[in-house]
Design a protein around this ligand. Sequence first.
Ligand SMILES: [Ca+2]
Ligand SMILES: [Ca+2]
Length: 510
Amino acid sequence: MSVNVFAMNTSDVNERVGVEINPNDSVEPLESIEDVAARELLIEKPNHVALQEFTNTLIRNAPECMSHIEKTTSAGLGWFTYTFSSSDCVETLIESASASKLEVEGKALRIARQGVVTVAQMTKDAMSAQSWHHESMVSNAIWSELQGHPGQRMGVVDTGLIRGHEDLDSKDFAGYDFIHDASVAADHDGRDADYQDLGDGGVCNGQEVSDTWHGTHVSGLMVAEPNNDRGVAGVNWNAGLVTVRAVGRCGGFDSDVYSGALWMAGEHIDGVPDIAAEDRVSVINLSLSSQEECNPYVQTVMDRLAELGVIVVVASGNQGKASIGAPGSCDGVITVGAHDRDGVMTEYTNHDASLDILAPGGVPGDGMVSTLGPAKDAYGYRVGTSMAAPLVAGSISLLQSVYPELSASMVKSIFQKLPRCTDCSDNTPKLELDALISIASEVVPGFEEEQSRLVDEGFLEYYTGGVDGTQELASGCAQASSNQHGFFLAFMVVLSALARARQGDAVIKV
Ligand SMILES: [Ca+2]
Ligand SMILES: [Ca+2]
C-alpha cells in the first residue's frame, strides 16, 4: 500500500467547508483508491433474503473472511458493496464464483469487481478567450425559440459542485454525497447530504495531481445561468441541476457512481433519503471513463435507468485508443467523443463502434470555458471528451423539453442523420443543434398527432411573456420567406409552443 501524506490538501479542504481540523488528520496515511477498490466486491442479493442472512450464506464460501467485513453499502437494485479489510477475501470469493460455488438457494450469484473511474478531462488550459462551442453547435439559432423548461432536471455524477457559484447557484436544486470511503471523500465520513466539491487532487499513482473542479465545469456547460452578465451560458437555459458527488481523491468507485445515478432517477438506495419526485432527472451526464469492460452490475444499472426513461450520456475517454471502456461501452448509453474548433475528431478521443457522436471538446490551447472552483466566481478552460458529453446532454434535454418520452435509441437514430465531419477520416456524426431539432421532427413518431391532441384537449391559445403566440408564429413564418433559416425558425416556434403547452402553462392558438 502506498503511503501518502496530504497535509496541505487536508487543511485546505477543511478551511473551505469550515470543518474543524483534527491535527492528527494531516499525518494519517491515506490508502489509494485502487487499493480500496481491491478490497471491495459488488454482489447481487436476492430481494427476499435479508442482508445478514445473505452475508452468512456468502461467507460460508470463505469463512476466514467473516471477521474481515468492514462494511456493506447499498449499490442499488439489490447489489451491495462488500468492503473487506483484505483483498484476499475478494479473490477467494471471485474464485468461488468462477467455480460456481457461490450460490444462494441453488442459484448462482452475480458479482462484479469494484471498478474505478476517473474524470475524462485533459490538461488545464487558459490560452483561449472564446466560448466557441456555442458557435460550432449553432446554439444561437436554437435559443431564439427553445431554451428548456424550469421543470426539467439534469443530473451530473462527478466530483460534486462548488455550492453557491454565481453562475450555477440558481440551478442547484438537489444533490447527495455518495462517496462511501472517507479517505477518497476527504470529508471524514461516508455518504451524506453535503455534495460540495472538496477537490479530487492528491498524490495519485505517485504523481501530484491538482484539483480539477470537474463537476462544476461540466455543470456549467449544461446549465450555467444565461444573460446575467456573468460567466457563461449552459446549453439548457432553464433546467435545474441535480448533483451526485461520487468522484473524490484520485477517482471514484463504480458502486458510488452508479448508485448515485439510480438515486437521481428516483430509485431507492438503502441508507439515502429518496430524491423528491419533482427533482428526478431525465438525463444524466457521466464525464467519467475507465479501462474496464461494462460488467454485469454497471449494465444492470444502465438497463434500469433506460426503463425509468432516463438517458445516460457518457464521455468516451481521452487515451486516444481505438477502444472505449465502461461506462461508454455499455449498451444503451449515448457515447460522446470530442472534436476541435474545425469539427475534426481530436486525437485523444477514444473511439470504436460504440461512439455515437462528436461535440466540441477542444484541444490544449483552445479549450472549453465554463464555471470552476474553488472560488464562487471562478471560470476557466478545460479540454476533453468530458467537456463534449455535457453539451450533448444539454442538447438532449432541449429535445426532452418537447418530447419527454424520448429514448436513447431515438436519440441514436436522430444522431445518425446529423452532418459528418468533412475532410477527415472519421465518419462520426457531429453535434449541430439546428440540424438536430429538424431531424428530430422527422424521426420522433407522433409529432403531428401530439400537436392535434393538444389542440383537441383545448390548448387553443398560446402566449408567453406578454408576446402573443400568433404574432410569434406569424413572425416565424415571415422569416421563413425572408431568410434561409426561416423555415427552421417557424418550426421552432411551433415546437416551443408545444413544449409550453405540454407543461400546462400555456395554450396554443392555431
Ligand atoms: Ca461524506
Ligand atoms: Ca452566465
